[in-house]
Write a protein that binds this ligand. Structure first.
Ligand code: SF4
Ligand code: MG
Length: 328
């Protein structure tokens, strides 16, 4: 698989209430063409910021984002427009992300005006096609967002994202605001569209349960840093980072492996305004040592193409191995 977007941001700063928040720090993330990559972590860990950096909805203060081999901060206006056509966003809240004063048809038509040379008649035909593609009726084009349920609104948001013919869709918790019964339908829709349209999906999520079955790879974030990145099955079968292990335990029906690992999170997520030194997870980690409080672990290659940022991942992984071998 060819790497098409390579993300490297170090020391990114966001200004929030006059304080400097380092929301996404030292992230090194590769998104491969045609895959579904999920980025997982607790609220406030910087996932949404990372996703917005990827499509340049916000500018990194330092670091680079590469797309198709080009550093996107160096792109011309025209190239940036082409990039926006390729990279589209589905937002978390379908209630605030659709303009209430625009009809559904004009919401979906907007990117067609910006990115295509279609005539008015061709655009309304295309809007009808897009509505049907996301499982809605073409007549809905004349109605307003408030007339629809959360799930239907998210379908409208997906239709808008598809209008420009994107290659990558970034979903920022696209189902977390929806009823559980509707979540699976929207996830299935995204999966079907991915196959049909040959899309690359980047999904932001706060728990591991929802994204397991649709992710090829998972990146786990803690306080603005990627702490582990692995193929989905490797990550769920044998999480190497103590934080990933703790997230596994938070899944409503944990795997027998996760159940036996005994990693439970202590305390709250520290403020991103003043993250702990050394390993940012050391204040909550059951495996922490003096080294962890003093030295930041690098993201290193572990087995099977996976990356982990923990001084003691080998020990942590082998504890886990010992525990799961007990029943034999
Ligand atoms: Fe825990 Fe230390 Fe690993 Fe950080 S580096 S996750 S504190 S064991
Ligand atoms: Mg968020």
């Amino acid at each position: 698989t060819k790497a098409i977007a390579r993300h490297f941001v170090s020391g990114d700063k966001l200004f929030a209430e006059k304080q400097v928040v380092r929301a996404v720090d030292g992230v090194d993330l590769i998104v491969k063409r045609g895959e579904t990559l999920s980025i997982v972590g607790e609220s406030g860990c910087g996932k949404s910021t990372l996703a917005r950096l990827l499509v340049r909805l916000i500018q990194p203060t330092s670091g680079q984002v590469f797309y198709d081999g080009n550093d996107i901060s160096k792109l011309s206006q025209g190239d940036m427009r082409r990039l926006r056509k390729d990279l589209q966003f589905v937002f978390q809240d379908p209630f605030s992300s659709l303009n209430p004063r625009m009809t559904v048809g004009s919401i979906i038509e907007e990117p067609l005006k910006v990115h295509t040379k279609l005539s008015r008649a061709e655009r309304s035909q295309k809007v009808a096609d897009l509505l049907r593609k996301v499982g809605l009726r073409a007549e809905f084009a004349n109605r307003y967002p408030h007339e629809f349920s959360g799930g239907q609104r998210q379908r409208i948001g997906i239709a808008r994202a598809l209008a420009s013919g994107p290659k990558i869709i970034i979903g920022d918790e696209p189902v977390s605001a929806l009823d559980v019964s509707v979540q699976a339908q929207v996830i299935n829709l995204l999966e079907d569209l991915k196959d049909e349209l040959d899309l690359t999906l980047v999904l932001i999520a706060h728990d591991l349960a929802v994204i397991r079955h649709m992710s090829d790879r998972v990146a786990v974030m803690y306080l603005g840093e990627i702490v582990e990145q692995a193929e989905t099955n490797d990550l769920y079968d044998r999480p190497l980072h103590p934080y990933t292990q703790a997230l596994m335990q938070a899944i409503p029906i944990p795997s027998p492996h996760a159940r036996s690992m005994g990693t439970e999170l202590k305390g709250d997520v520290p403020s991103p305004l003043n993250p702990p030194g050394g390993c940012r997870f050391h204040t909550r980690c059951p495996h922490a040592t003096d080294l962890c409080a003093n030295k930041k672990p690098a993201l290193v290659q572990a087995d099977n193409n996976r990356l982990v940022a923990c001084h003691h991942w080998q020990v942590v992984a082998s504890c886990h191995d010992t525990e799961i071998s007990e029943p034999q």
